[in-house]
Design a protein around this ligand. Structure first.
Ligand code: NAD
Ligand code: UDP
Length: 342
């Protein structure tokens, strides 16, 4: 199949391009590079040994998107493009709603006009809010999000469901990611946060590589075995393969489907620090700080539905995730290099 990957220069999108091409799919990438580097594309070409068609375009620019659809005639879209910094979304809600929701609506209009009605959407475990059931199954009711970023995911799920309901020619897959970490085994592509990382693993690797002094652990008084927050960390390559598995199941009439993509295992912040130290031999100094507003104590998936229906499950363990995160960070201490952003 020919797949248009929006946000394909980003962390998860770039890894998904590799896995799609490994399965024989043709790919074209659209990315505005607002949070990624053009250097990703030659690196993807080095990994895959093939050309990766790339369009520097914003999904909100309908004219450019229409031209791209005309040139590429994709069978399906995997839609990663969006802004994802939780704290920033609290400061800039309008920008988040405009980019993530406005951008997706424009993309859907262009898709409909082009007659391409197959879409896989990057959703998030954040739509469960403070989850009513642990482990979280897809039947768990959606909850109250604690920030505008989360609401964009929750609202876009609703928008996509409504569009599919109104026109059954649409096939929509909502993939709710848990916590992606790790990197491609080559160490040439990986997560490249701008500024101070929000997420745990890039913060740990930046402390390990000497860019930051100490990890701040946000609270050790949660109702968890060691008091620190528990999450479901998943290797980004496993996550990428989940998209390939979802694509395989997409066929006329498959309608709307929702899957968690996680491992089903919860690790605490301290578990991750210790696993990282064991896997890499590098010490990670830390201090205990206040809880971070909006954080839940425990969030991990039931990964059974994706296993049952897609034949997919995560393969890589936490040691592998830590090693691959570290290989990427130590080979690229400054990510893709700030001068290349945008
Ligand atoms: P990322 O920032 O690395 O990738 C997103 C890409 O989208 C970037 O390359 C950015 O330049 C591009 N982009 C943003 N707005 C755009 C626009 N209007 N037009 C064109 N391109 C645009 O983030 P990621 O971690 O790879 O996440 C990919 C998707 O998965 C996002 O939608 C994110 O919200 C979602 N997600 C991520 C996580 C996570 O922990 N990383 C968890 C759950 C869901
Ligand atoms: N966390 C932390 N220090 C950091 C970043 C995160 O202690 O610098 C904790 C956070 O409180 C949560 C876990 O690590 O318990 C995962 O946080 P992350 O932001 O990576 O993912 P999310 O909160 O979105 O699940």
């Amino acid at each position: 199949m020919k797949i248009l990957v929006t946000g394909g220069a980003g962390f998860i999108g770039s890894h998904t391009v590799v896995e799609l091409m490994a399965e024989g799919h043709e790919v074209a990438v659209v990315d505005s590079l607002v949070n990624s580097s053009a250097l990703v594309i030659p690196r993807l070409e080095a990994i895959t040994g093939k050309a990766v068609p790339f369009y520097k375009a914003d999904i909100r620019d309908k004219e450019s998107m229409e031209k791209i659809f005309e040139a590429e005639r994709p069978d399906a879209v995997i839609h990663f493009a969006g802004l994802k910094a939780v704290g920033e979304s609290v400061r800039l809600p309008l920008e988040y709603y405009e980019n993530n929701i406005g951008g997706t609506i424009k993309l859907l209009e262009v898709m409909r006009k082009a007659g391409c009605k197959n879409i896989i959407f990057s959703s998030s475990a954040t739509v469960y809010g403070d989850p009513a059931i642990i482990p979280i199954t897809e039947e768990c009711p959606k909850g109250t999000c604690t920030n505008p970023y989360g609401w964009t995911k929750s609202m876009l799920e609703q928008i996509l469901s409504d569009i599919q309901f109104a026109d059954p020619e649409w096939n929509v897959v909502l993939l709710r990611y848990f916590n992606p970490i790790g990197a491609h085994e080559s160490g040439t592509i990986g997560e490249n946060p701008s500024g101070i990382p929000n997420n745990l693993m890039p913060y740990i690797t930046q402390v390990a590589v000497g860019r930051r002094d100490v990890l701040h652990i946000f609270g050790n008084d949660y109702d968890t075995p060691d008091g620190t927050g528990v999450r479901d960390y998943i290797h980004v390559v496993d996550l990428a393969r989940g998209h390939v598995a979802a694509l395989k199941k997409m066929e006329p009439g498959s309608g709307l489907s929702i899957y968690n993509l996680g491992t089903g295992i919860g690790y605490s912040v301290l578990d991750i620090v210790h696993s990282f130290e064991e896997a890499t031999g590098v010490k990670v100094p830390y201090v205990i700080d206040e809880r971070r507003p909006g954080d839940v104590a425990v969030c991990y998936s039931s990964a059974d539905k994706a296993h049952r229906e897609l034949g997919w499950k995560a393969e890589y363990d936490i040691t592998r995730m830590c090693r691959d995160s570290w290989r990427w960070q130590s080979m690229n201490p400054n990510g893709y290099g700030d001068e290349d952003m945008g």
